[in-house]
Design a protein around this ligand. Structure first.
Ligand code: ADP
Ligand code: MG
Length: 312
């Protein structure tokens, strides 16, 4: 099976949005200018997933397809963008139809949920690696970036923290009834696209939590030249997490576990996020003095940035 057969069978999509002048099949895709209006900006993000590092070699192919796109949509969500299109650069050790069936199913499932079009890519042979580049749009008066947090802002997070880290840690040791929910948080993270878009007009700063809350909120603090105090007791946890996480590991998983793909957003104190199925929790506030402090049992602990780093 050659690359053209792979593209035709698994990656040629039937979506034909009016802004797509030329999709898969030529040297490059052509998107017409009416993809966005004059009051909007383009938002571009790319992320790579590598076998053995971002997912286990034996991971379920549909979960790999889903997650490859999810991590990119999560980046767009953190910018308050509406996703529109993506490119897929796929490197495969071999063309196994069963693997490609699963991968494409997970990928196209999430793409359909958000109405994003696969408009091109690249297919090569080599160690398994997936790079997706996603394109979105947002109003050009949107402030949402890492550098806009102000003293007095409230810090909010979507959903729950620590589930993916706990799933990774427990592996098959978790009781079966609880395992699936946690495992899904690791394998099929749900990018908070609608939640990010809903806050685009109001947030002063935002980031998606991929390396753990402490590290990612730390990026906002550094970029904005401010500090924050967060309340350990306020950190949102799922029922599965509460049931299965050893108390001594709670904070580590919630603050530096990684792979949460929730949003961390700084909002003016007067603003409450619109209700969302995943929920929003106010976990603390932005202060002028730099540094990240955690209030825990009447003590205040100074936190180093301690998320996952690729080159330590
Ligand atoms: P080129 O030889 O110019 O690099 P390719 O043969 O790699 O072109 O790709 C042919 C067409 O198929 C291009 O339009 C490209 O965008 C698309 N394509 C290649 N791989 C993928 C993929 N994995 N998913 C979607 N489109 C792809
Ligand atoms: Mg090519």
């Amino acid at each position: 099976m050659d690359e053209f057969e792979i593209i035709r069978r698994w990656f040629s999509t039937s979506t034909n949005p009016d802004w797509l002048t030329l999709g898969i099949g030529d040297d490059a895709a052509l998107l017409s200018g009416n993809l966005c209006s004059s009051g909007q900006d383009f938002v571009l993000a790319t992320d790579t997933l590598i076998a053995g590092r971002h997912f286990a070699d034996h991971a379920e192919p549909s979960a790999i397809g889903w997650k490859s796109l999810a991590v990119n949509l999560s980046d767009l969500a953190a910018m308050g963008a509406t996703p529109r299109a993506f490119l897929l650069a796929l490197t495969l050790p071999e063309a196994t139809p069963e693997w490609l069936d699963g991968f494409a199913e997970g990928l196209h499932e999430l793409a359909a949920l958000h109405d994003v079009a696969l408009v091109g890519g690249d297919t090569t042979r080599g160690p398994l690696s997936i790079t997706i580049t996603a394109l979105g749009i947002r109003d050009n008066n949107t402030r949402m970036r890492r550098d806009g947090a102000r003293p007095g802002d409230a810090v909010w997070v979507s959903g729950t923290l620590g589930d993916a880290a706990l799933a990774l840690r427990l592996g098959s040791a978790a009781p079966k009834g609880l395992r699936k929910g946690l495992r899904n948080r690791l394998d099929r993270p749900v990018p908070r696209v609608a939640e990010g878009m809903a806050l685009a007009g109001q947030a002063n700063a935002a980031i998606d939590i991929s390396d753990g809350l402490a590290a990612d909120l730390g990026h906002i603090l550094t970029a904005s030249g401010v500090g924050a105090q967060i309340d350990s007791a306020a950190l949102p946890a799922s029922a599965e997490f509460d049931a299965m996480c050893p108390p001594a590991d709670r904070q580590t998983h919630q603050l530096s576990g990684g792979d949460d793909y929730e949003l961390c957003v700084c909002l003016p104190a007067s603003v409450t996020p619109p209700s969302a199925e995943c929920g929003w929790t106010r976990i603390g506030e932005i202060v002028a003095e730099p540094g990240l402090r955690l209030q825990s049992d009447d003590r205040i602990i100074e936190l180093e940035e301690y998320g996952y780093r690729h080159f330590d």
